[in-house]
Design a protein around this ligand. Structure first.
Ligand code: PMP
Ligand code: GLN
Length: 375
């Protein structure tokens, strides 16, 4: 008997495999295809000769925790306890899984906003919780009336993801104010704020949960070094939580991974000393604009992209196929792999929208655009 009968292989593995089999340009799974910063590789090389090859302390290296605490202070003006409120994780995925397993009990309802990143629901189910999937609006922003209607005494957690994967939308101050009101009204509600793209926003600065003191005693924030430093394969991230919740999260973490890769922790500690995360927005904005301009003459209708490294587009003017079939055909026949959005909806709602990852070098983006403009 399966504990997750309705879970198949994640769309990211499916589409990357299809891209490789068909030698298609892979704009599906989100990962950069350009080299990492040479400064980061030289620190890594140097660290290989240091004595950093044994277990780090369970919550993370104290030096790295301290760098993360200063980053949060610099970026958001929040003073956080590095020993009590931070945890280094094996990527955001492990942070999310461990948090849910530690804090969600049998029968607890967890609100998930669709289209939603695919690792939330399985974790809730394994914890014995009940996922309550609520669609975002047609333009991928929260429908607060609907969310308010769904919150009851049985609701233990709301999971938010801002900047949002897959849509690339970013929440406004009004959305954050609504979230604050919801949290105030429901004193038992926990907030898990997935902010892995926190430093990749364009026109508007990201409004992190770290900026709202009223959240602090009930909020877990999730971050990913993978996104911030173009090192998705390192699987490194961190989370913050108030001490009372962190105690429970650490109980699970110590038997889930115990501690995270020591060489990566030592390397990131040195790298964080000099890296300015504020350069990331402009770096990816250029890529977004290159891609958008290059496919502007195509039949795809480009939707707003305010953050993340994902551009969504409607293909309604090209085909009335389902988005899954369309993405398959696009990969096999036209040589560009993308992600269908419907797989992130609990009801498989299909809006004829697909997601392109533009975390690629210019040549790749232009080559893909040439193919897309021929459709
Ligand atoms: N949350 C979201 C919204 C993501 O897009 C991703 C990965 N792309 C993750 C969590 C997981 O991040 P990590 O690779 O650090 O596990
Ligand atoms: N988060 C990445 C994306 O959205 C993929 C991560 C993964 O493959 N697990 O494409």
């Amino acid at each position: 008997m399966s504990k997750l009968p309705n879970v198949g292989t994640t769309i990211f593995s499916v589409m990357s495999k299809l891209a490789a089999e068909n030698k298609a340009i892979n704009l599906s799974q989100g990962f950069p295809n350009f080299p990492i910063d040479p400064a980061l590789s030289s620190i890594l090389e140097a660290q290989a000769n240091e004595s950093v090859h044994q277990y780090m302390p369970m919550p993370g290296s104290p030096e790295l925790l301290s760098q993360v605490a200063s980053l949060i202070d610099r970026q958001y003006g929040r003073s956080i306890s590095e020993s009590k409120e931070l945890l280094i994780t094996a990527g955001a995925t492990q942070g999310i899984f461990t948090t849910i397993l530690a804090l969600i009990d049998k029968g607890d309802e967890v609100i998930i906003l669709d289209p939603s990143y695919d690792c939330y629901e399985p974790a809730v189910l394994l914890a014995g919780g009940i996922p309550v999937r609520i669609p975002l609006s047609e333009v991928f922003l929260p429908d607060w009336d609907r969310i308010k209607d769904e919150v009851s005494d049985s609701t233990r957690m709301i999971i938010t993801n801002n900047p949002h994967n897959p849509s690339g939308r970013v929440w406004s101050i009004e959305d954050m104010t609504e979230l604050e009101a919801l949290m105030m009204k429901n004193s038992n509600l926990l907030l898990m704020s997935d902010e892995v793209y926190e430093f990749i926003t364009f026109d508007q600065k990201h409004l992190s949960a770290h900026l709202f003191p009223s959240f602090f005693d009930r909020c877990i924030t999730i971050s990913s070094f993978g996104k911030t430093f173009h090192i998705t394969g390192w699987k490194m991230g961190y989370l913050s939580a108030p001490e009372s919740l962190m105690k429970e999260i650490k109980k699970v973490h110590q038997f889930n991974v115990f501690s995270v890769n020591s060489v990566a922790q030592a390397t990131l500690t040195r790298y964080l000393e000099n890296f300015d995360v504020n350069t990331l927005g402009a770096f990816y904005e250029e890529k977004r604009d290159t891609f958008r301009n290059a496919i502007s003459s195509s039949k795809f209708e480009l939707l707003p992209c305010e953050g993340t490294y994902f551009q969504t587009a409607s293909y309604a003017a090209i085909s009335d196929m389902s988005d899954v079939d369309f993405c398959t055909e696009l990969t096999i026949k036209y040589g560009v792999a993308t992600i269908p959005i419907s797989v992130f909806n609990s009801d498989a709602r299909d809006q004829k929208i697909i997601r392109f990852c533009f975390a690629k070098d210019e040549a790749t983006l232009l080559q893909a655009a040439t193919k897309l403009c021929k459709i």
